[in-house]
Design a protein around this ligand. Structure first.
Ligand code: PEP
Ligand code: MG
Length: 752
């Protein structure tokens, strides 16, 4: 290497010595720049650190004027240094002054230098600063020198990220407070400290003693990684999180990718340990890919991250198993994605919140988070790259806001909100045993929606009248493989035991659409929401449905049982499904099993076609339950899971309220019970409207029981009906119903 004294390996060795010296961080940095300049025979070596206001502050220099340190602050797009930071890639120029981005600060005295090599200081793909060398003579730095400088930058990244360089009052980008908005997945507010679900392997030893030995170590680990992947593919294992074969195939492809392997070997040849080499290459890749907007490429980044982590674990012999048992108090998990079972593995008592890079409101882990009452936000880009273990963090699962390393004011404001919520919870708790009767004497039965064993304590906590919707598919969704008949039986029994003599409405499997089972081969469909799902699948593959019905009937021996079918679109479907119940009853009777004392069979109303078959359906069904989530989706033809359209139409609008009122009216005419179990019932304003149009039975998220009951207890139902009735019969463009209901509630002193 021309000009370098001893090359990158000597530099790294000397760097290690400096890192071990018992001096303060600034002094260490000062020594490092001297060392780099000497090693690279450069007249200048400078370190700029990125601050939270996106400016770059000169933190140390050899060669530029010393007075400029901590005085020179460059704008994020200022000069070549700014360009290195914003592009997160190296710039190597023999005549820097000829570059259009060149600018210089007189206070540094750098106008006499011609050649310029700047590399970004990267960590997990995030830019933390810029490291620069300069020479008077016009020269191009060799590839080896660029490598050496990048490797050195990596060691600096750890120093900057640890916060040890920050001076009082400094806000460095590496430790800056970050506020991002994602998707609200599970209600509530959590204040706590970051625990990475799959912690990055922390490299403690960057500098190799024996380069050839490291190279062998790397190659052996790559071999093991490849054969592990082959084995997994051969045995059809799924990786954690329920991912599939195609993901493993992609991993295998990358693991054999010559470009990747070549980059890793090159990094080792500069003198890094094998694990540091993996980190360096991955950090560069992340930096490049984080600037991509193509979702396909972003997805590949995740695959590469995973693969790099696997390789690191292989190299360091460290298991990635997170500290599930030794979770610190007030832990907030941060993960790229997570399977529902993994969440259930953590100690619930110490877990305060959850942050996911992926995962919408309908993801399985979000369902479990809600069941556990853990505030959660999703769709937070690069959350795992921004968070460091132990960082303070606030999760607002109600609004989707996330604050990482919050400023004290923000923390105080949230702490106050948490106290307020706790006080309100106490007030709701005081209503627990009060029957839900409106001011004008109308009793409204409030039940909870549930689906997992972890939901059962909510029945007593909330004082609910029963379980109005037990989503049996949740057991299937969180399990690693198909729950067997006896596992289904065991859950149903546990539910009935927990409910004691309160009613439970079991809904048969509602899979398909957005509810996918990781272990079941899914049929590719153009429109899964309109496809082969729920009762359609149940009737076409009666084996599955019959097993479930049998498990339910057996579990309810000597008790009463309520079963209902999802996504019924035609009366005939209901008839067929009901016949399956009869067949199973006959079968159990013949085999001398204990039978339920009574079996009631009902239908969900979530497909609009049923609105025109209500009388026929009510003649055959024992009860109805309106699934307003799907009914609104299909009435307005808006995908409930697509944030672009999901809020386009308000369920509190004439078309929906007319439809809902029809169902309630027809139910009353047939003397059959009608419950509403969609999300609408869980919002106090929705519950108010539903009570006003005649609903006397609602099934809600457990956390909504308190707020809804508080409103209904103060409601004059007749007055609300008189207020709402004329509004739902006109579709004028005046003030929307929601706004009018809010006015009504304000007048009546109702807290909605
Ligand atoms: C609904 O559609 O309103 C409903 C309660 O069912 P799910 O949300 O499970 O589809
Ligand atoms: Mg539904």
């Amino acid at each position: 290497m021309r000009g370098a004294l001893g090359g990158p390996r000597v530099l790294l060795r000397r760097l290690r010595e400096v890192m071990a010296e018992p001096v303060g961080a600034q002094e260490r940095l000062d020594r490092i720049v001297v060392l780099i300049a000497a090693n690279m025979v450069a007249e200048v070596c400078s370190v700029y650190v990125l601050r939270s206001d996106a400016t770059l502050e000169l933190y140390a220099t050899e060669g530029l004027k010393r007075e400029a340190v901590h005085q020179t602050v460059l704008g994020s797009d200022e000069g070549l240094v700014g360009l290195v930071a914003s592009q997160a890639s190296a710039i190597n120029l023999s005549n820097a002054q000829a570059h259009p981005a060149f600018s210089y600060r007189a206070e540094t005295g750098e106008e006499i230098y011609h050649s310029f090599l700047g590399v970004p200081v990267l960590r997990a793909g995030n830019t933390l600063g810029v490291l620069v060398v300069q020479n008077r003579a016009r020269r191009t730095y060799s590839e080896e020198e660029v490598e050496a400088l990048q490797t050195t930058a990596m060691v600096l990244a750890e120093m900057i990220a640890s916060g040890q360089l920050a001076r009082p009052g400094d806000q460095l980008a590496a430790r800056q407070s970050v506020h991002v908005k994602g998707a609200a997945l599970s209600d509530g507010i959590a204040l706590g400290h970051v625990v990475l679900h799959e912690p990055r392997v922390v490299v403690t030893n960057y500098i190799a003693d024996d380069v050839q030995g490291e190279l062998q170590h790397l190659r052996a680990a790559l071999d093991t990684l490849r054969s592990n992947l082959d084995e997994m593919l051969e045995h059809g294992d799924v990786v954690e999180g329920g991912e599939h074969r195609d993901v493993l195939e992609a991993y295998r492809m990358f693991a054999h990718d010559r470009g990747w392997v070549h980059k890793l070997e090159e990094a080792v040849l500069t003198g890094l340990t094998a694990e540091a080499a993996v980190e360096r290459v991955q950090s560069d890749t992340r930096a490049r890919m984080l600037r991509q907007t193509d979702p396909f490429l972003r997805e590949r980044l995740h695959d590469l991250d995973d693969l790099a982590n696997r390789l690191m674990r292989q190299l360091t012999g460290r298991d990635h198993a997170p500290a599930r048992e030794s979770l610190p108090e007030n832990a907030v998990l941060v993960a790229r994605s997570m399977g529902p079972a993994a969440l259930l593995d953590y100690d619930r008592k110490r877990l305060r919140g959850l942050v996911l890079e992926e995962g919408g409101a309908h993801s399985h882990v979000a369902i479990v988070a809600r069941a556990l009452g853990i505030p959660a936000v999703g769709e937070i880009d690069n959350a795992t790259g921004m968070a460091d273990p132990g960082d303070a963090i606030i999760v607002d699962g109600t609004t989707g806001d996330l604050h990482m390393r919050p400023l004290p004011d923000m923390e105080a404001a949230y702490a106050e909100r948490v106290r307020l919520r706790a006080r309100r919870q106490q007030q709701y708790q005081a209503l627990r045993d009060r029957p839900c009767i409106t001011k004008d004497g109308q009793e409204v039965c409030l039940m909870i929606n549930a689906g997992l064993a972890v939901d059962l304590p909510h029945l007593t906590d909330t004082g609910a009248a029963g379980i109005g919707l037990f989503r049996t598919e949740l057991q299937f969704m969180v399990a690693p493989n198909f729950p067997r008949a006896n596992e289904q039986y065991a859950l149903y029994r546990a539910v009935l035991d927990a409910a004691d003599d309160k009613p439970v409405v079991f809904r048969t499997l509602d899979i398909g659409g957005d509810k996918v089972l990781p272990y079941m081969r899914n049929v590719e469909e153009e429109n899964p929401a309109l496809g082969w799902r729920a009762i359609r699948l149940g009737l076409d593959r009666p084996g599955l449905l019959r097993t479930q019905l049998r498990a339910l009937l057996r579990a309810a021996g000597n008790r009463s049982l309520k079963i209902m079918f999802p996504m019924v679109a035609a009366v005939q479907e209901f008839e067929q499904a009901r016949q399956l119940v009869e067949r199973e009853l006959t079968h159990l009777r013949r085999h001398g099993h204990k039978l339920p004392d009574e079996v009631q069979v009902g239908s969900m109303v979530e497909v609009p076609s049923l609105l025109y078959q209500l009388d026929e359906l009510l003649e055959r069904a024992d009860f109805l339950s309106v699934g307003s989530n799907d009914l609104v989706q299909f009435l307005y033809a808006i995908d409930r899971g697509n944030p672009r359209v999901a809020s386009r139409f308000d369920p509190l609008s004439p078309p929906v309220l007319r439809a809902l009122k029809d169902v309630a009216d027809r139910g009353r005419a047939h003397n059959k019970s009608v419950t509403l179990c969609g999300e609408l019932a869980s919002q106090p304003i929705g519950a108010l409207a539903l009570a006003a149009i005649g609903y006397r039975s609602l099934s809600l998220s457990p956390s909504a029981i308190g707020p809804v009951k508080a409103v209904l207890l103060e409601l004059d139902c007749r007055k609300a009906a008189q207020f709402l009735s004329p509004l739902i019969h006109k579709t004028d463009s005046g003030k929307p119903i929601r706004g009018r209901l809010e006015d009504f509630a304000a007048q009546e002193g109702l807290q909605i």
